[in-house]
Design a protein around this ligand. Structure first.
Ligand SMILES: *[C@@H]1O[C@H](CO)[C@@H](O)[C@H](O)[C@H]1NC(C)=O
Ligand SMILES: *[C@@H]1O[C@H](CO)[C@@H](O)[C@H](O)[C@H]1NC(C)=O
Length: 158
């Protein structure tokens, strides 16, 4: 009994107090990218809507820690639903200026009819200089531009 109350006393000491206000996490800029796309392929109507594949044929990205080009590998497997939503599901390959190969996967739901999509992104690479990208919690915006998409990418910092 006495032991238990000592334990709960310690628990009160180590448990952070719940408050209404939290300090928001920080964000760090990752890159701006231009993605050039090719002629889309119409997969047709599936039970969830219409799938259109928009091939990635190139591009460039620039940021404080990562810059390079986007290879002609990948596409956006977009789903248009009967409710008028557009789900973007893009996979692409980045080749940095120092020759690291990074796989990026982006997904998101179109926010507005002007084409703005909030995207979340994950990265995979074995390159030691970009190892941190495997753990990055990344997000940003993607919007249609003349030749493809413009992407602005950020990551969460704590
Ligand atoms: C993307 O394209 C815009 C408009 O042409 C240009 O100003 C910008 O520098 C480009 N960014 C990259 C990363 O290529
Ligand atoms: C799917 O495509 C068909 C044929 O082009 C079209 O009639 C239909 O409205 C489209 N549906 C959606 C949800 O975009």
């Amino acid at each position: 009994m006495r032991f238990l109350s000592l334990l709960s006393f310690i628990a009160v000491l180590v448990t952070p107090a719940l408050t209404q206000d939290q300090i928001p996490p920080g964000v760090a800029f990752l890159y701006n990218a231009n993605i050039t796309v090719g002629l889309s392929v119409d997969v047709g109507a599936i039970p969830a809507g219409n799938v259109t594949v928009i091939p990635v044929i190139g591009g460039a990205l620039i940021g404080p820690q990562i810059s390079g080009k986007i290879l002609a590998i990948g596409a956006d497997w977009g789903l248009s639903t009967p409710q008028g939503a557009y789900f973007s599901d893009m996979r692409a390959q980045i080749r940095t200026m120092d020759n690291a190969n990074i796989y990026v996967q982006m997904s998101g739901l179109m926010q507005r009819n002007d084409g703005l999509i909030y995207v979340r992104a994950t990265f995979q690479t074995g390159h030691k200089d970009y190892w941190w990208l495997n753990y990055a919690f990344a997000f940003g915006t993607m919007r249609a531009s003349g030749t493809g998409f413009m992407v602005e990418m950020w990551r969460l910092t704590y």
